[in-house]
Design a protein. Structure first.
Ligand code: SAM
Length: 280
């Protein structure tokens, strides 16, 4: 049984990085008129209340979105993402936070489409309710990894697949690589983004080795660490591995990561990274 609930973590520093990358990829895809498919294999509930018991209990958003929210001048790379956060909190007080499906819902156009999957018995109905009137979206209580086999390639031959497991199951480190391989076999020109936490660096090193072994090219790694690697409990960094990133993404993240690091980690610990795991 799944016990992870994203409501405890929504808006933390890892979400800020993930949702920045997600929104920049979507904005790049929108530069061409032709519609595209957005697939969110691990969707979560879609919308989070930062004043909820769960969010207040961990207070993670206070070191995440709350620090960005307070800044008067945002780098332009953050605008697509932050405009949506602002719209959800239009009385000027930060209370709500959009999950990845809701960000996509707001950013996508009329002819684009969304496929969302979520397995948790509490979060799935919340997600379904959030999208009940959205004719572009198919929401299912199915295994997200299966969607990579059944929903690809998209009819439009354009697509962005976000894979954001909680890694509650250690098998997720391998499952994301297998998932990408399955997707890529069917749809080699799609953009795939895998979120990862750094809890034990060796898990990430292994995952990257497995990705390299697939033979897939154009794999970009983006990471923001708040502390040095450690063998103690807890996440010290998180990142996104992007396959077939839009050409601008590398430079956009190189521009914005130092600002994000300075703002999210005022104590200056940790690091940032934008590096090709496998170039073109
Ligand atoms: N992507 C969301 C966001 O950014 O707002 C957060 C997702 S959360 C990190 C991971 C979610 O995946 C959890 O809600 C969990 O219940 C769900 N989940 C876990 N295994 C899954 C699977 N095999 N298929 C679909 N959903 C799964």
């Amino acid at each position: 049984m799944l016990s992870y609930r994203h409501s405890f973590h929504a808006g933390n520093y890892a979400d800020v990085l993930k949702h920045t990358v997600q929104s920049l990829i979507i904005e790049s895809l929108k530069e061409k008129e032709k519609p595209f498919l957005y697939v969110d294999t691990h969707s979560g509930a879609g919308r989070y209340q930062l004043t909820s018991e769960h969010a207040e209990k961990t207070g993670e958003y206070l070191q995440g979105i709350a620090r960005i929210w307070e800044q008067p001048d945002l780098p332009e790379e953050l605008l697509p993402y932050m405009n949506i956060v602002r719209r959800m909190n239009d009385n000027g007080r930060l209370r709500y936070y959009p999950g990845s499906p809701l960000l996509a819902k707001q950013l996508l156009r009329e002819d684009d489409s969304l496929v969302l999957s979520e397995l948790h018995s509490t979060d799935f109905p919340l997600l379904r309710a959030e999208f009940s009137r959205d004719h572009r979206t198919k929401v299912s209580k199915e295994d997200g990894y299966q969607q990579l086999k059944s929903k690809l390639p998209p009819a439009s031959r354009r697509g962005f697949i976000l894979m954001d497991p909680s890694y509650e199951l250690k098998s997720d480190y391998e499952a994301v690589v297998k998932g990408v391989e399955e997707g890529y076999k069917r749809f080699a020109t799609g953009t795939y983004a895998i979120w990862y936490p750094v809890v034990l660096r060796q898990h990430i090193k292994r995952m990257i080795k497995q990705l390299e072994a697939t033979g897939i090219r154009k794999i970009l790694q983006i990471e923001l660490a708040v502390r040095p690697d450690s063998d103690q409990r807890g996440m010290t960094a998180s990142g996104m591995i992007v396959i077939n990133p839009p050409w601008k993404l590398e430079q956009q993240m190189k521009n914005v990561l130092p600002w994000l690091h300075k703002t999210l980690v005022p104590e200056g610990t940790g690091h940032t990274l934008v590096e090709w795991i496998v170039p073109e």
